[in-house]
Write a protein that binds this ligand. Structure first.
Ligand SMILES: Nc1ncnc2c1ncn2[C@@H]1O[C@H](COP(=O)(O)OP(=O)(O)O)[C@@H](O)[C@H]1O
Ligand SMILES: [Mg+2]
Length: 637
């Protein structure tokens, strides 16, 4: 259908479609053929090739209204007027931008029209209004409502000051690629099953982040979501199996293992399907913890499918025997109540808890990086602080590690985020995400507007993504595995295995940080030579610590307290001194600090309890926040 105003060039898609549809039935692509080109090709292409592409596109589009099971690729020719570079100069009418419907039904809309009914006005650089046939209908399903995008200049072109980042991707596509009709959907939890209905007329469906709205981090909802998404068939980009692969955590950890990419050592507990098998894996987990060198002070448990640190739990290993019932109860909650398919057990790594770097890759190329830190707000909630990374020298180092895993990740996602951290001087990967709202331009360098990069990459994806390697997750796409009914008695037996299986671990103070472990070890060696058990017990009582345990455990308690005091002193502002009259020779006087430091050391132990005999080895006594002794936590393969 040629627009009435006749302003669209003769070889546009609409013209080509009309002609070819009349003349020949659409050609079916054989399954081994790679889907050719992409949603968008360059305007420089020859008319002949445009027509060929258009014929394929017509056949796909004509099938697009049926919930497609078609294996047909959709290739859409970009109208010359939609040249992204030219379009940046254009002003389009705000009401002509991405249509937006909210599955929350704030603004309910009819099912989207079929391809033949889609048109849109676009203005050329000569300010001539052009009617552009919208040849592809792309849906962007938004997964969460945080992550506003601010300060992107192009937002003004769509009449917005601020947008949620996933929605911004959709708006950007609509702005720069007027031949693509974009529908932005913001489904809410109760709307999962209505999703497929809303997406009926769409040719391609991109789900950027589905966990919050669709899943609410509950695997029961994920199951429904997977079922619904499965019905959308190959129109889904990235594919459902790739989405599951990245959501499952365990899949990419296995991949990192295969490719020797440093990551957190992980023991995976699988949801109980057979109780004997589950018991066995609990035993193996206990052995695995005890086999770590050194046995970690703390371990953590976290579910395979999660986000925002939800259900993350930290366990003091020396207290795990006493807490075995709480541990089993936590597993029960994750497996039975939240129906998580896997629970990951890992050593607690201080460096990971303290600071992470999120590296963004678009089409496997590094784009930018933000650093993140968890904080506790005044309201007691965990909150993530994001910062730009000023130390640019760090980026190639991080990137070289992350690139190794990015290169082997499934190809049908345009974007990956790799979360990294430092442990004992080495960089390693914690997590991989497919998409995320951390795309706010202010956290990235000006020349790397990740929204635009992601949007342009999505537009270039073949639809469907056949031919691009997707991934095979451990979990079936339709995960209908029945739950095993583990009885309360059986859960008690799980606790029993933890209690009896764990050997006594030397009890170190529960709030000891990993980086304090080395210096504390030195205190543990030295203190029993300086103080007897009675002295150490007295000190413990004086300081409100439990005066119990072996000689080494008492030394650990006393040593830790001394280290804490030294750290506090080191952080305290220097005491105010009375100004004194400056005398001759003052310039040569030693700095006040050195005297103060001597005093600090001397007062490390209370005066009465000063060491009776000072030995040679005393010189090695740690000075508070000393270097971490590398005990080769050997976590990283
Ligand atoms: N092994 C670990 N040691 C220390 N902290 C961890 C560990 N695993 C996760 N964390 C902390 O929990 C947060 C959430 O865990 P993560 O694996 O990123 O899952 P998700 O982001 O899906 O909730 C991390 O950002 C980190 O602060
Ligand atoms: Mg994370």
């Amino acid at each position: 259908m040629v627009p009435e105003d006749g302003l669209v060039p003769q070889h546009t898609i609409s013209k080509a479609c009309a002609t070819l549809e009349d003349q020949a039935p659409s050609r079916q692509r054989t399954s081994h053929e790679r889907p050719s080109p992409l949603l968008c090709t360059t305007p420089q292409q020859s008319v002949a090739s445009e027509q060929c592409i258009a014929s394929e596109q017509c056949s796909s589009l004509s099938q697009a209204k049926q919930l497609t099971t078609s294996q047909q690729p959709i290739a859409v020719e970009q109208c010359p007027t939609a040249d992204p570079d030219a379009a940046t100069e254009h002003k389009t009418h705000p009401e002509e931008h991405a249509s937006e419907s909210d599955l929350g039904f704030d603004s309910d809309s009819d099912p989207p029209p079929g391809p033949s009914q889609r048109t849109r006005f676009h203005e050329s650089s000569q300010s001539t209004r052009k009617r552009i046939e919208q040849t592809l209908h792309l849906a962007i399903v938004v997964g969460k409502d945080q992550d506003p995008v601010v300060s992107a200049e192009w937002l003004q072109e769509v009449g917005e000051d601020m947008l949620q980042s996933d929605a911004a991707v959709g708006k950007y596509i609509a702005l720069k690629h007027p031949h693509i009709k974009v529908t932005i959907l913001k489904p809410r939890l109760g709307d999962i099953t209505k999703l497929a209905e809303k997406l009926q007329g769409c040719d391609a469906i991109h789900i950027l982040e589905s966990e919050q709205f669709l899943g609410q981090h509950n695997y029961k909802n994920y199951r429904t979501m997977f079922e619904v998404l499965h019905r959308l068939g190959p129109r889904l980009v990235p594919s459902l199996s790739t989405m599951q692969y990245i959501m499952t955590k365990v899949d990419y950890i296995n991949l990192m293992d295969q490719h020797n990419v440093p990551h957190v050592p992980t023991f995976v507990l699988e949801r109980p399907t057979e109780f004997k098998k589950f018991e066995k894996s609990i035993r193996q987990m206990v052995d695995w913890i005890q086999g770590l060198d050194p046995v970690p002070l703390h371990i953590i448990t976290k579910p395979s499918h999660s986000g925002s640190k939800l259900h993350f739990q930290k366990w003091f290993v020396a207290g795990l025997r006493q807490n075995s019932v709480a541990f089993a109860t936590a597993l029960r909650r994750l497996f039975v109540h939240s129906q998580k398919p896997f629970v990951l057990v890992q050593p607690f790594i201080q460096g990971l808890a303290d600071l992470e770097y999120r590296l963004f890759f678009v089409n496997r190329a590094f784009v930018s990086c933000v650093s993140t830190q968890w904080r506790v707000t005044s309201a007691g909630k965990a909150d993530m602080k994001r910062c730009n990374v000023d130390d640019k020298a760090l980026l190639p180092i991080l990137q070289s590690v992350a690139q190794r895993i990015v290169d082997v990740l499934p190809a049908d996602s345009v974007m990956y985020r790799v979360d990294m951290f430092k442990h004992e001087g080495r960089w390693a990967v914690n997590e991989i995400e497919m998409v995320d709202g951390d795309m706010m331009p202010e956290f990235h360098d000006d020349d790397s507007d990740i929204i635009q990069r992601v949007a342009d990459a999505i537009v270039k994806l073949p639809v469907p993504v056949l031919g691009l390697p997707s991934a095979k997750s451990l979990l079936p796409v339709i995960d209908s595995q029945p739950e095993l009914d583990v009885t309360a008695e059986q859960w008690r037996s799980v606790a029993g295995i933890v209690k009896t299986g764990l050997k006594d671990v030397e009890r170190l103070p529960e709030n000891l940080r990993d980086d304090q472990r080395g210096p504390l070890q030195e205190w543990i060696d030295i203190l029993p030579q300086l103080l007897d058990v009675k002295d150490m017990k007295e000190l413990c009582e004086e300081w409100g610590l439990e005066p119990k345990g072996t000689k080494r455990e008492l030394a650990a308690a006393v040593g830790h307290r001394l280290m804490q005091e030294e750290e506090t002193r080191a952080c305290a502002p220097p005491p105010k001194k009375k100004p004194r009259t400056r005398k001759e020779g003052d310039a040569a006087a030693p700095a006040d600090d050195s005297g103060a430091e001597d005093e600090t050391r001397a007062s490390a132990l209370p005066p009465k309890k000063k060491p009776r005999t000072r030995k040679k080895s005393d010189a090695a006594a740690p000075a508070g926040k000393a270097n971490t002794v590398n005990r080769g936590a050997k976590p990283f393969p």
